[in-house]
Write a protein that binds this ligand. Structure first.
Ligand code: HEC
Length: 194
């Protein structure tokens, strides 16, 4: 009888332990984090704006040799007709969707590779999560400009944002210094130069 009670207690404890494990899902390994991060980055459309493109008959596709390295530093913007971007008219973008012109000026998609001087190699997961949640450069600087959809990305759980960051840190580092944003009044000056 005593033995029966002991084995019953042991199996109850094992079942409880199993349930706790299922509910709290055990910590992911680095590889699992990277795989989930890759999945989130791909469906999250990060390549649309952050990867340079190759033009194909089906339209622009990400250049897999420079994935997520942002607006190329050898920037050559086509002429901008400022009458096109006056209030209520158009927002402009380059063919690779890396540079965007609108009422906020000109924004350039950031280098998300782990290069330590031109990418996000020196960021921590905390800095990344703060930037995505608060829409501030590196979590505490200037406002992050449109069309970076940080408001949508902010909806990911901390765990998923950690996975996205782990994936970004795992891709090849590419040295590419993305130009600083150009304020609205400078767009006019740029256009006058031509
Ligand atoms: C519609 C275009 C677009 C999409 C889609 C997009 N981004 Fe961005 N992203 C930008 C632009 C433009 C900037 C630069 C904004 C600036 O300079 O203020 C930027 C900046 C960033 C930055 C730098 C923030 C900082 O602190 O300066 C990070 C990190 C980032 N994006 C991550 C992502 C991730 C991760 C995804 C996908 C889940 C993504 N972006 C999708 C356009 C986009």
């Amino acid at each position: 009888m005593k033995n029966k009670i002991t084995s019953l207690t042991i199996s109850t404890i094992s079942i409880l332990f199993l349930l706790i494990q299922i509910n709290c899902s055990p910590k992911m390994t680095k590889d699992e984090q990277i795989a989930r991060g890759k999945y989130l980055v791909n469906i999250g459309g990060c390549n649309d704006c952050h990867s340079p493109k190759i033009m194909t008959s089906m339209g622009p596709v990400p250049d897999t040799t420079r994935l997520l390295s942002g607006q190329s530093s050898d920037l050559r913007l086509p002429p901008i007709d400022t009458s096109m971007i006056a209030g209520g008219k158009w927002i402009l973008t380059t063919g690779d969707l890396n540079a965007w012109v609108g009422p906020w000026g000109i924004s350039f998609a950031a280098n998300l590779t782990p290069d330590s001087s031109t990418g996000i190699g020196l960021w921590t997961p905390d800095v990344f999560i703060k930037a995505m949640r608060q829409g501030k450069h590196m979590g505490s600087g200037r406002d992050i400009l449109p069309p970076m959809p940080w408001q949508a990305i902010a909806g990911l759980t901390d765990k998923d944002l950690d996975c996205v960051f782990a994936y970004l840190q795992s891709i090849p580092a590419i040295s590419n210094r993305v130009p600083s944003p150009i304020p609205p009044n400078m767009i006019v000056q740029m256009s006058k130069k031509k």
